[in-house]
Design a protein around this ligand. Structure first.
Ligand SMILES: [Cu+2]
Length: 157
């Protein structure tokens, strides 16, 4: 009887120490497809990796654009359109992709300094209170004047 009691008290600390550090949610592969003109918004993409606990992405902020929104592309009877979304579920241990044709960020007024640097820092706000700082690579549009030179014009001399 006494031996059994001793065993029970020994077991308690072992149970407590079994909890490790939970894996956090994180973001990677963030990039921005820069709009060819300043009047139309640019699009942002990334991958969210869920940690051990499910959470939600509640918004994205940056000092390097005037406004950022989360959007979802939807197809209604074959017509593509997009609508703003307030939050996105990030299930535990799952990945959620913001990718062309699906969920994406819209960024208005991307800052010239960020464009010349080729990247901008963004802050991802999670429902669990975490704020994740991520550098997004800015991909510039293909040069608009990339048409073949016409100096010869194909004419024969
Ligand atoms: Cu959009």
């Amino acid at each position: 009887m006494r031996a059994l009691f001793a065993l029970a008290t020994l077991a308690a600390p072992l149970l407590l120490s079994a909890c490790g550090d939970p894996a956090p949610t994180y973001i990677d592969q963030a990039w921005i497809r820069l709009s060819p003109n300043k009047e139309t918004p640019s699009a942002g993409y990334f991958i969210a990796h869920g940690g051990d606990a499910a959470t939600q992405l509640r918004g994205v902020r940056t000092d390097y654009a005037l406004k950022v929104e989360m959007h979802e592309s939807v197809s209604d009877k074959g017509v593509m359109s997009m609508k703003p979304i307030d939050s996105v579920d990030i299930p535990a241990n799952a990945t959620v992709a913001f990718a062309p044709g699906g969920k994406h960020l819209m960024l208005w007024g991307v800052n010239d300094t960020a464009i010349s640097r080729g990247k901008m820092q963004m802050t991802f706000l999670l429902a669990n209170g975490d704020r994740l700082l991520v550098d997004a690579v800015i991909q510039k549009p293909q040069a608009a004047g990339a048409t073949p030179p016409t100096t010869d014009g194909g004419a024969t001399h």
